[in-house]
Design a binder for this molecule. Structure first.
Ligand code: SAM
Length: 310
């Protein structure tokens, strides 16, 4: 049998359901000389389940400094290493990134063996826009960094995927609500691929109520709607009260309704909410200025004839 390429294999393992292991993952785990695992006891059980006897070494965030040179030595000696994490794809919110970089720098092949990723499973089933998305992983815990990140995320137009521990879920939902507003849609993907898999879909405000009524248990991936064009329009557009005031002022100056709406539509060009048509309709609700005859049929037709922006 041909000897497989010597290198670092990044082997994805199930995030819950063991049937999600791939045939290739099983073969690679059988063939490599070493399996570097985040938690050797946990991964030992997975390997035992699939009757794989592998030489295990631990590789986790607290021993990278000593393990990286050791793993590079194995690889340089022509021995292959598979990296696995507790669940899902190594190096995705899991240790691995540093080892991958060290291998690349040493000219050692890095070979992905793709499979489960909680972020992608949650996104795909979320029902939110999947065409463009950002993976945020865990939000920083340090207050200043967290605030800065939340501010950035509030402006993000792409769908956002986050990981969160169950005991921090409520705090994170509160922070997201404070920055993105109560109406922003979110999907709580819980216990993916496991017995109690569930998807809760709704607004951030309703998600908080849901979590208060049913304290979060299990593993969660959050999929947050991006800031939509309509939300942006609402935020940047002048309010109806402000627009009414401006219209009233122009009418009081003696401008006919059509001219006043045209002038304001030009001023609010960046705001698709305030079209000339809508401004004109609003002006009809205002008291006509004393002495003017604003409701004349001539003026109404002049406002609608050359209407192009509604
Ligand atoms: N490397 C993993 C992957 O590829 O998805 C992610 C590891 S990260 C340390 C663990 C986080 O992933 C959890 O806190 C949770 O947010 C998410 N997660 C992992 N398994 C999950 C599952 N079965 N259902 C929902 N979220 C999950």
């Amino acid at each position: 049998m041909e000897r497989p390429t010597v290198g670092l294999y990044l082997v994805a393992t199930p995030i819950g359901n063991r049937e999600d292991i791939t045939l290739r993952a099983l073969r690679v785990l059988r063939e490599v000389d070493w399996v570097a695992a985040e938690d050797t006891r946990h991964s030992g059980q997975l390997l035992k389940h699939f009757q794989i006897s592998a030489r295990l070494i631990s590789y986790h965030e607290h021993n990278t400094a000593q393990r990286i040179p050791q793993i590079l030595k194995y690889l340089a000696a022509g021995q292959s290493v598979a990296l696995i994490s507790d669940a899902g794809t190594p190096a995705i919110s899991d240790p691995g990134e540093e080892l991958v970089r060290a291998c690349i720098q040493a000219g050692i092949p890095v070979i992905p063996v793709p499979g489960p990723v909680a972020a992608v499973a949650a996104l795909a089933a979320s029902g939110l826009a999947t065409g463009r998305f950002v993976f945020e992983g865990f939000l920083p815990l340090k207050a200043s960094q967290r605030q800065a990140r939340l501010q950035q995320l509030a402006q993000e137009e792409r769908t956002i995927v986050l990981y969160e521990a169950p005991h921090r879920l409520q705090q994170t939902l509160q922070d997201l609500l404070a920055h993105c507003g109560p109406e922003r849609q979110i999907v709580l993907a819980r216990e993916l691929t496991k017995l109690h898999e569930s998807f809760w879909r709704g607004s951030l405000a309703a998600a908080l109520e849901h979590c208060a009524a049913q304290p979060p248990r299990g593993e969660f991936t959050l999929v947050l709607e991006g800031r939509s064009a309509s939300q942006k329009d609402e935020e940047t557009s002048p309010s109806e009260a402000e627009v009414r005031q401006e219209l009233a002022r122009l009418l009081a100056e003696g401008l006919p309704r059509s001219a006043a709406s045209r002038q304001l539509a030009q001023r609010f060009q960046g705001s698709p909410l305030w079209t000339r048509r809508r401004l004109y309709d609003l002006s009809l609700q205002l008291e006509p200025p004393p002495g003017s005859d604003c409701s004349s049929a001539v003026e109404l037709s002049s406002a609608t004839d050359d209407e192009t922006d509604s």
